[in-house]
Write a protein that binds this ligand. Structure first.
Ligand SMILES: NC(=O)c1ccc[n+]([C@@H]2O[C@H](COP(=O)([O-])OP(=O)(O)OC[C@H]3O[C@@H](n4cnc5c(N)ncnc54)[C@H](O)[C@@H]3O)[C@@H](O)[C@H]2O)c1
Length: 271
């Protein structure tokens, strides 16, 4: 169902790799709500993914950019304003990657070059994106910037590895930059802390099947899907949430406030 919540709004969506990506579902929903946008991803992901099909479907332009490269980001932001015909109202940062996770190095045996790379891609890139937007004065007043996080920023999930630290850093950047963006440009900045979701990044984490089922059993409303996340993001891009900023917003069916649920108790009682 479409409510026309983003009619006339323009933005950039980072991170749509394939149809499972949270950014992919968000692009589809933003399009349905009347928003127009540029899609972007790392040049290497262009070859692996199917972003052009999404661009065709949503009538949008694709501009490749490595989100860790200031040069790429400067080009992306200025070209996006040209393509879309004005300043931006929304930006989605939906980017995450840990080389330690990918290559199976445990948290207690990190390769620090990989740690630094994962940090730059997963957290530093959010600062870089916002700094480029800020310096180019690319956001309209009452615009909205959202990045995606995970609850391992607050609580221990051993196999989430160095991504836990990256997400804590990401959430901190949202607050710190959000202050300046709010004060100077009337732009809001938030992170959404999303349930485990079966995407390429999600399924790359060891033990994913176990903890997605556990979260499902623990959450009174069940896990939030990628489409649920897209809908929540649309609300944060809309004019209905103009005074929400500097927040890490849990979008997880209630998981983050649970101690134990009946169905998890039952699994132990059966043993
Ligand atoms: N899947 C989950 O369980 C889950 C849960 C909570 C939060 N998140 C977060 O949601 C976001 C989106 O991930 P997803 O689950 O949709 O997986 P995904 O694999 O579909 O998306 C991750 C994206 O990051 C992009 N990326 C990697 N390096 C990049 C770079 N240098 N420059 C630009 N883009 C780059 C990838 O190409 C990919 O499109 C991530 O921040 C992830 O950590 C995911």
């Amino acid at each position: 169902m479409s409510y026309g919540l983003l009619r006339g709004k323009r933005g950039i969506i980072f991170g749509a790799l394939d149809e499972n990506s949270i950014a992919w579902k968000t692009a589809e929903r933003v399009h349905e709500e009347g928003g127009s946008f540029v899609l972007t991803n790392a040049p290497i992901a262009m070859r692996m993914g199917t972003i052009n099909a999404l661009a065709e479907k949503t009538n949008s332009t694709v501009i490749p950019a490595d989100a860790t490269s200031i040069e790429d980001l400067e080009k992306l932001v200025s070209e996006s304003m040209q393509v879309l015909g004005g300043k931006l109202d929304f930006v989605l940062h939906s980017i995450g990657m840990s080389v330690n996770v990918r290559k199976g190095r445990s948290y207690t045996d990190q390769n620090y070059d990989w740690t630094a790379k994962g940090w730059d891609v997963s957290a530093g890139s959010f600062h870089k994106v916002m700094q480029v937007l800020y310096k180019q004065d690319a956001m309209n007043e009452w615009g909205s910037i959202v990045a995606l996080s995970y609850m391992a920023a607050q609580r221990v999930f051993p196999d989430y590895n160095d991504m836990a630290d990256n997400k804590a850093f990401l959430e901190s950047i949202a607050r710190s930059f959000g202050y300046f963006f709010g004060r100077d440009k009337k732009v809001r900045v938030n992170t959404i802390s999303q349930s485990p979701t079966p995407t390429t990044a999600g399924k790359g984490v060891k033990g994913f099947d176990g903890f997605i089922s556990y979260a499902e059993k623990m959450s009174p409303l069940g896990n939030a899907s990628a489409l649920d996340c897209a809908n929540y993001t649309v609300s944060l891009f809309s004019d209905l949430t103009q005074k929400v900023t500097l927040q890490n917003l849990f979008h997880d069916g209630g998981f983050s406030n649970m101690g134990v649920s009946d169905s998890v108790m039952q699994a132990f009682e059966e043993q």
